[in-house]
Design a protein around this ligand. Structure first.
Ligand SMILES: Cc1ncc(COP(=O)(O)O)c(C=O)c1O
Length: 473
């Protein structure tokens, strides 16, 4: 008794606490027993008296022991043992937290605050390109009245507008009970995971994929398996292998202007993917948040090709910015009911305010024209960017941008490590290296829409310098 095991990674006072609790729990110390005096304990433990005092103070606070004037320190005879742990070890707990950030991202977050930084990392349009709409001046009561138009599937006027858009833009024949309005596409995914999957299930995604960086899968206990992309999109041969070996329960793809590669799945590959989904009865979730930013004609969506097998996700975030947080799920009506119920159960109700704002924008008679202007502007930015980028094509490989927000560049020279990418941060050029989306350390994603006449030259200057430095490595 009274000897510590000397666990180096735990502070001594905590070791003392743990030992005393252990003695109380296993009956070596009984309720009402008196502990040796502090000075004596310090001697036997070979520690300073203050360390013992610290440990005893904590045990008093937790209710294991009591100090009685004139009688010394006694094991509590009351509700002792209610608190099973001496103290929550926050540092240890947070160490395996799924929300913990990559070191690169921690540094990047700091740089994002600096006005000198060029932010090509953020996955949204810059403010000056987001179409603006005149909002009517609502009275408070009017807004509250709009609340009555909320259903479990969302604010009904917005739901109807989105149904119309899906029919027109996606050529998907949907009815309103097949569409659930969500707080962005991310909430849509979160709900799908909750309702369709269980802890330990496996999901196939593209490799690289922005989903790789989202903590929602790990926190739900879902395993992600990456399937390589080739020039046509997700490789179905690899996917089939995975289905056969890993019991894949869901295929989650972003087939149009994929995040991060910007690549669009070919029609042939879409059909092969659907065939595979039918063969093994595995649902496909089509994350389709970029298709309205296309400079080229697109192949039909997976949902259009296979309405029964495919769950379709959309969002307004890529046009209006993510602060509006409006997305949707198009799926079989029974599933929609389950998803809506799940949302109510976890109390993720959707506020009417952003939905009213989104409805106003979608109803604007100039909406389509503004969207077209945006697409034209992006196309021009993409061409200006590519023109300059060609000058660096000995070192960087890239594909023409056909829409969406991203350019994906791959380093052609010697292997890069994660550390090498910090050069970009040091130069205050904020980009997204591929290791945020996969195990790859050779590519980067750039949100080219954030480059304009003013900062394009600055960007290429810095990019050239970094390229030269990387070549010398
Ligand atoms: C491919 C893709 N899907 C979904 C989302 C999430 O969209 P939302 O802002 O609507 O939650 C993003 C956002 O970056 C995305 O890039």
């Amino acid at each position: 008794m009274w000897q510590l095991n000397n666990q180096k990674n735990i502070p001594v006072y905590q070791q003392i606490m743990e030992q005393l609790i252990e003695y109380i729990q296993n009956g070596q110390l009984l309720p009402g027993d008196r502990l040796p005096p502090e000075r004596k304990l310090a001697e036997t433990y070979h520690v300073n008296r203050s360390t013992v005092v610290h440990a005893l103070d904590e045990l008093v606070a937790l209710g294991w022991i009591v100090r009685k004037r004139g009688s010394g320190t006694l094991v509590n005879e009351g509700n002792w043992g209610r608190t099973a742990n001496p103290r929550i070890d926050w540092r240890r707990r947070l160490a395996d937290n799924h929300f913990q950030q990559e070191a690169y991202l921690v540094k990047l977050q700091q740089q994002l605050k600096s006005v000198q930084s060029l932010d090509l990392y953020t996955g949204e349009l810059p403010l000056n390109l987001i179409p603006s709409f005149r909002l009517p001046s609502f009275k408070w009561e009017t807004l509250l009245l709009e609340e009555q138009k909320q259903s479990p599937l969302g604010y009904l006027p917005l739901q109807e507008l989105i149904v119309q858009r899906i029919k027109k833009e996606q050529k998907i024949d949907v009815s309103s009970n097949e569409v659930l309005i969500t707080s962005g596409a991310k909430q849509a995914m979160f709900l799908l995971l909750q309702v369709m999957l269980q802890n330990g299930d496996s999901v196939a995604i593209e490799d690289p994929s922005f989903l790789y960086s989202l903590p929602i899968f790990a926190t739900a206990g879902i395993r992600l398996y990456g399937v390589e992309l080739d020039s046509q999109g997700m490789r179905v041969d690899q996917l089939e292998q995975l289905i056969l070996t890993k019991k894949i329960k869901m295929i989650l793809v972003n087939p149009t202007f994929q995040n991060p590669t910007g690549r669009t799945m070919s029609l042939q590959r879409r059909k092969e993917l659907i065939d595979l989904s039918r063969k093994y009865q595995i649902p496909i979730v089509e994350d389709d948040v970029f298709s309205e930013l296309a400079f080229v004609d697109l192949p039909p969506s997976l949902k259009e090709l296979a309405p029964d097998e495919v769950i379709h996700l959309g969002s307004l975030s890529k046009i209006f910015g993510s602060s509006l947080k409006i997305g949707w799920i198009v799926a079989n009506r029974d599933l929609i009911v389950r998803l809506a119920e799940a949302r109510q159960m976890v109390d993720f109700s959707l506020s009417v305010f952003p939905q009213v704002v989104a409805s106003t924008a979608l109803k604007d008679p100039y909406f389509n024209q503004k969207q077209q202007n945006l697409v034209d502007t992006l196309k021009q930015s993409a061409r200006d960017f590519e023109k300059e980028l060609k000058l660096l094509s000995n070192d960087w490989q890239f594909e023409p941008i056909e829409g969406g927000l991203y350019a994906y560049l791959t380093w052609k020279n010697k292997k890069l490590t994660r550390k090498d990418w910090e050069l970009f941060l040091d130069e205050q050029l904020l980009v997204a290296p591929a290791f945020l989306f996969s195990n790859d350390t050779m590519s980067l994603r750039i949100n080219y829409t954030r480059l304009n006449q003013e900062n394009l030259a600055v960007f290429f200057n810095k990019f050239q310098q970094i390229t030269d430095q990387l070549k010398q490595k």
